[in-house]
Design a protein around this ligand. Sequence first.
Ligand code: DP6
Length: 340
Amino acid sequence: MGPVTDHPAAGSRTATAVAHPNIALVKYWGKRDATLNLPATGSVSITLDTLTTRTTVTVDPALDRDHVILDGRVDADSGPRITTFLDLVRQRADTTARARVDTANTFPTGAGLASSASGFAALAVAAVAATGMTLTVDELSVLARRGSGSAARSLVGGFAAMDPGHRADGSDALARQIAPADHWPLSVVIALTDRDAKAVPSTVGMTASAATSPYYDAWVAQSAPDCAAAIDAIARRDLAALAAVTEASTLAMHAVMMATRPGLIYWSGATVDAIHRVRRLREVDGRQVFFTVDAGPQVKAVCEPADAPAVAAALREIPGVLETTTVGLGPGAHLVAGVT
Ligand code: DP6
């Protein structure tokens, strides 16, 4: 085994990147190719601030295998997925040197808060720099997609649209910014209903949905019009229109999930209560807010910043809501320290 030291050895190179999770408004659920991780659907998302993944990659020719540290501990679970991703970077950089990856999240990993999105976005940026390459944001988005489809969107700050692409090699399956964060500085109130990691990971769940859900084809067919409606609503800062398409996409995705055999039920009771509360906040109380839910039990309430305190207070009153966190929109993945 090669040495693992706190100080980079001669010939090694280190880069550190940060990335933030993103939340899809129009959802990605299903793949048109599993090997290249090509999505079957487009998606539209917002990249968050505050919640952060910080990843340092040291490429060190003295190592005989990759070493992965997640939140300060050797990580056996995500290690193989990270090594597979690093193999792609090494192939592109034409190097065989192994790496030490040290990554930390300021939020729970794997609990429906999109840790794989910020994780692979930060890893892509840091690993590319540590292997001495310079790639465009489009190229980084394509690369991050190989790690996790949603990670392609965290390369972009503010509002992003992910194109499922048409090419067999996946070079056009990437996310691009449709508006910067300051175009419409929305708030997101995250209602945590469960601190544990989700039971069925997204990759496994969406593959099962494609194979067995009778609603899957209709779901894929609805994606392009929903993406177009969301992009239009964002351009006009039309919260009512964005609410309609986001809630429809969320509920349709969960219908596909539930109709998968055996059914995928990501919600807890508190998830359903929070969904109803958000609808009441908008329709009865006049708050500018709508909900979205991913492959987990947390509810994310997207709202105008002026409504965020009332939305958070209302969600905290629901039995089973453990806590709320309010965040804003943030930047795309980027290097935070010079390459050394
Ligand atoms: C429900 O990006 O985690 O969050 O590409 O297999 O890694 P893989 O899946 P992933 O799936 C995200 C699914 C979702 C919806 C979304 O973010 O669009």
